[in-house]
Design a protein around this ligand. Sequence first.
Ligand code: GRF
Length: 212
Amino acid sequence: MTSIVILISGRGSNMEAIVRAAQNEAWPAQISAVISNRPDAAGLDFARSHGIPVASLDHRQFPNRSAFDAELVKLIDSYKPDLVVLAGFMRILTGEFVNHYEGRLLNIHPSLLPLFPGLATHEQALEAGVKEHGATVHFVTEALDHGPMVIQASVPVFSGDTADTLAHRVLKQEHIIYPRAVRWFIDNRISIDQNRVLISPPESQLLVSQDK
Ligand code: GRF
């Protein structure tokens, strides 16, 4: 049984998509805990109501990033995870944290990386005038919003789009690709060659949305 710990900061819809896929597809995995840095994160209620242990660690109670991350590692490791999933976890992580979970730390970023790292990705996409946008699931490395990419989903950008309509279109795809990537990890189908993620047996690592 693969043990998974999911970190959230807010709504937690990606966490929800993973939990639902795990249940519907009877994954050989256990969501051992959902942890938030915000005690009032809405997603914690969903996790609780699905019988998943929840915990929160308020970053505001720590003097600095290293102190918070060190405590967070202790908390996460108490659930003995094989995989740690960042799902809307809005914290920049220290190198110590990232290295501790090397090869077993996934994140989802709402852009077609390496385009638009950082925040406000949908605004960035609209400002740049791109006609295609999307989301990326990637292994986390020390460089912010970098690291080997597991799967991407692309969506069209329409002339009437606002950041909200675009975010909504992208989020629907996030809810498909994140559970898929986690499942690949559980099934031991992922290997990393330099910066490239390979899936065996091969399967498409690009989802193109059917939105018109
Ligand atoms: C998602 O768009 C995710 O890509 C980004 O933050 C958002 C979190 O949404 N990192 P949710 O909390 O999963 O609903």
